[in-house]
Design a protein around this ligand. Structure first.
Ligand code: SF4
Length: 298
């Protein structure tokens, strides 16, 4: 497998725009604008949807940095006077992949967002996000949420399915640090891969550890999605790491886009029982704009 943490695979490109507006605000993550500062992702998750041909990203291990991203963001937020709504980052790549440590483009973008008082929702597997706690606290005066994607409680299994991402144990520590600093944080528990990490034990562990760390919500998906492009890569990885599972997937799901766990009902019951016991929400709170009348009071 190519070493995706190496900086030799990095290219710099010029982008045409940096915020893409969704048709409707996303009902799970509360996002109205998507912001992708990079193309490609160094974490190398075997199930990554960004490999789907429909996105046209190509080889996701080829990292491209959008060199003019900050300039574009300034123009789009200030000159184009975008309506204030949540900017999401982390859906097509991880804003805190290893290269961010040296490039720092995510931090710079957050600074622009803070200055313009826009709300943000960061989705990541990278504990590097704790570096930016000061800026996120500033953004949180409008609204900020940081969601950590956690799919397995087991670090060893994590190395097989998310080979270059920080271990789950590090993600719990980052949640703890964010929560202690008053930042709204939780977990996106997705995907749960049929026959691999779709066990009640895994779910119970994640809920308990996330709760201990200070997570306020856990948004689950009891399955995964596969399309042309992502499916081939995933099956190749299954052959390498979980021999015999490809045949089982083929037989169970064929060419289905949605591949739900065969234990969906049971997992969903366990999830709701465990998370409500610990006071964890299954949905997150979204940004609420201040009404004009309220603004007058200040
Ligand atoms: S962190 Fe997200 S974008 Fe990056 S490889 Fe993993 S699933 Fe894909």
């Amino acid at each position: 497998m190519r070493d995706m943490t190496s900086d030799s695979a990095i290219q710099y490109i010029q982008a045409k725009s940096i915020l893409s507006k969704l048709k409707d605000t996303d009902s799970y993550f509360g996002i109205t604008y998507n912001m992708n500062l990079y193309r490609g992702c160094q974490h190398g998750c075997i199930y990554c949807d960004t490999r789907s041909q429909c996105y046209g990203v190509g080889d996701i291990s080829q990292i491209r940095v959008k060199q003019n991203a900050i300039e574009l963001l300034n123009t789009e937020l200030v000159a184009k006077r975008r309506k204030r709504a949540t900017i999401g980052t982390g859906s097509m790549n991880d804003p805190y992949m290893p290269i961010e440590k040296t490039v720092g483009i995510t931090r710079k973008a957050l600074e622009v967002i803070a200055t313009n008082r826009f709300p943000v929702h960061i989705i990541t597997k990278g504990d590097l996000v704790t570096r930016d706690i000061d800026v996120i606290q500033e953004i949180a005066k409008a609204y900020a949420a940081v969601s950590f994607t956690i799919t397995t409680h087991n670090d060893e299994l994590g190395r097989k399915v998310e080979p270059f991402a920080p271990a789950t144990s590090k993600r719990y520590k980052a949640i703890e640090q964010l929560a202690k600093n008053g930042i709204y944080t939780g977990v996106t528990m997705m995907p749960l891969l049929p026959f691999i990490n779709d066990s009640t034990e895994n779910i119970q562990h994640i809920i308990k550890s996330a709760s201990d760390a200070g997570a306020k919500y856990i948004i689950p998906m009891f399955g995964l999605t596969l399309r042309a492009g992502s499916r081939e890569y995933f099956y190749k990885a299954l052959d390498a790491e979980f021999p015999s599972l490809k045949a089982k997937y083929n037989k169970t799901f064929g060419l289905n886009y949605e591949c739900w766990s065969l234990q969906y009902q049971k997992l969903s019951q366990v999830f709701n029982h465990e998370r409500s016991k610990l006071g964890i929400a299954s949905r997150m709170d979204f940004y609420k704009p201040i009404e004009p009348q309220q603004q007058l009071l200040f």
